[in-house]
Ligand binder design. Structure first.
Ligand code: MN
Length: 201
């Protein structure tokens, strides 16, 4: 996925599901603030900062690789949230990995359940704001990576596959301080077809 600016500007991504489709994992209210306010602010801030800068016209991924400071932080948050929101589908009780990604998870972690456990620990133990990622190296080997703030594993040479946002804005309206209660619900809304596509593309 390469995200190009349109006439030098980035746009707020459209959500691929309805506002209440992710309930009860993520409420319509949280989704509305998270997408419509927080992500929109990162988009506005990046567009303002890019104007007249040497990064104007680059893809989001190129900006994340090359920039630092405020431009890196805002571009990183847009890239991260685009990957985050586009990995979800309506809530379902039984939801498991598919395809080559399912095989790679079993190869690396033994079982899906063991992977879930390790990934949740990654999210739970990240101090402060940030993201926990499942990312693949050039050989297709999977890694769980913690990134503080706006970090994205492309800056480590890894391909981002799956991510949980552990900034408080992602869950505070629904779960207050109970980050882990939120994380365990996210397994019910992952679109594993999309995640497998990211892994194999
Ligand atoms: Mn967020």
């Amino acid at each position: 996925m390469k995200t190009e600016p349109i006439n030098g500007k980035f746009e707020l991504m459209a959500l691929p599901f309805t506002a209440n489709a992710l309930e009860p994992a993520i409420s319509a209210e949280t989704l509305s603030f998270h997408h419509g306010k927080h992500l929109q602010t990162y988009v506005n801030n990046l567009n303002a900062a890019l104007s007249g800068s040497k990064f104007e016209g680059l893809t989001l991924e190129e900006i994340v690789m090359k920039a630092d400071g405020g431009i890196l932080n805002n571009a990183g948050q847009i890239l991260n949230h685009n990957l985050y929101f586009s990995q979800f589908k309506p809530y379902c009780e039984q939801n498991e990995p598919v395809g080559e990604l399912a095989a790679a998870i079993e190869r690396e972690f033994g079982t899906f359940q063991e992977f879930q456990q390790q990934f949740q620990v990654g999210g739970a133990t990240l101090f402060g704001s940030g993201w926990v990622w499942l990312a693949a190296d050039a050989q297709g080997k999977l890694h769980i990576v913690q990134e503080p703030n706006a970090g994205n594993p492309i800056r480590r040479g890894l391909k981002p596959i799956l991510t949980f946002d552990v900034w408080e804005h992602a869950y505070y309206l629904d779960y207050q301080n109970r980050r882990v209660d939120h994380l365990v619900q996210l397994w019910h809304i992952l679109d594993w077809q999309e995640l497998n596509h990211r892994y194999t593309e």
